[in-house]
Design a protein. Structure first.
Length: 361
């Protein structure tokens, strides 16, 4: 499989990964042959890229860190929690803890983790998808920090609920990709206070989760909000969520920040280490992120075009790229002209003079 931008899709391309709504309903299923209507629908849903079948990359597998079932369940639970808060009802703490425990156990079971950002968010489910991603990434970072399982579960719950205060705000504030007025920015920032107030009195929710919601936009240099706390006063688990929340917002199609590619987001995050974010947390987090996700199309400094087909966990910024001899190697139409073995791969750990010059999808 390979990843293709929605604007580059062709009639007849076959979807390799199913696209779900936040409730788990199938929007477009794996194996669907794309028609003009389907491509238009993907654009209307606000999806920027999908995975399609490609004979040249049959052996390329893009694995999520957690199972598809657990991701869909977590999406449904955070949607239910948001609805409960909106209606003034109790959050189902048992269901919340159950899915967080499953996510923690799945991540603890994996020996080496190198995250490929691969969730396909629609305009309608982006906030729930963001919350699930932040939960997963926070637990991964917590594992790298050698937190005990009980603390990882507390972290996961706080991360999943970190933006619960958003239910009180106009939904368009979060998904605009920047361009907010000062008044809108101030309004958006109130979600941390709303979230704290929503969670702090609930018996089934840890008070730590409430403080994660309250403090995940505080910066260690005292420039954050809502209370301009400095590092010593920010809860360590809130500091974890701050790092991963910022990264996921940077790489999202629908957030309050302008979207960047993962390799650019890694550079931005490293530049803010020691200023906004704890340096050691950023260092450990970036060791677990694929700067160039598996399946994306890239141009090398050699001029060749290829697809990232594998990762090097020891050097996340130096993946394995498969290129073809044809000058139009990035085009699916070339597949019919290629026989078995008519490709070459660069393991960029071994080929030190070769680097990725441009991401094409």
């Amino acid at each position: 499989m390979r990843q293709v931008g929605v604007n580059s899709l062709k009639i007849g391309d076959v979807l390799e990964k199913t696209i779900y709504s936040s409730s788990g309903r199938i929007l477009l299923g794996k194996g669907v042959k794309l028609t003009p209507l389907y491509i238009s629908r993907l654009k209307d849903m606000g999806i920027s890229a999908v995975y399609i079948e490609d004979d040249r990359y049959d052996d390329v597998v893009v694995e999520d860190v957690i199972s598809e079932e657990n991701r869909r369940s977590a999406m449904q639970i955070i949607e239910d929690c948001s609805q409960a808060v909106r209606l003034g009802k109790d959050i189902d703490g048992f269901e919340l803890k159950s899915i967080v425990n499953k996510i923690v156990e799945q991540i603890l079971f994996k020996k080496d983790i190198l995250v490929t950002m691969m969730d396909m968010r629609t305009r309608d489910n982006h906030l729930f998808a963001h919350s699930v991603n932040v939960c997963v990434l926070a637990v991964i970072l917590g594992k790298a920090l050698h937190l005990e399982q009980e603390k990882l579960e507390t972290l996961g719950a706080g991360a999943l609920l970190h933006d619960i205060g958003m239910v009180h705000l106009d939904s368009t504030l979060w998904g605009r990709g920047g361009g907010l007025t000062r008044q809108e920015i101030e309004q958006l920032r109130t979600h941390t206070i709303h979230g704290f107030e929503d969670l702090r009195k609930r018996k089934d929710i840890s008070i730590v989760a409430a403080h994660v919601a309250f403090q995940h936009h505080e910066n260690i240099d005292g420039t954050g909000y809502p209370r301009r706390l400095k590092e010593v006063d920010i809860h360590p688990l809130a500091q974890v969520v701050a790092v991963v929340d910022f990264f996921d917002r940077l790489t999202s199609d629908h957030s309050d920040l302008k979207k960047t590619m993962p390799h650019e987001a890694c550079e931005i995050l490293m530049g803010l280490a020691g200023k906004m974010f704890n340096l050691e947390m950023v260092r450990l987090f970036l060791k677990n992120i694929a700067a160039y996700p598996t399946g994306i199309t890239v141009r090398l400094n050699t001029g060749e075009i290829g697809v990232v087909v594998d990762q090097n966990p020891s050097m996340p910024a130096r993946p394995v790229v498969r290129v073809f001899d044809e000058p139009e190697a990035g085009e699916a139409t070339a597949a019919a002209r290629l026989g078995p073995g008519q490709f070459k791969e660069y393991d960029m750990v071994q080929h030190r003079t070769i680097f990725i010059k441009e991401v094409l999808s």
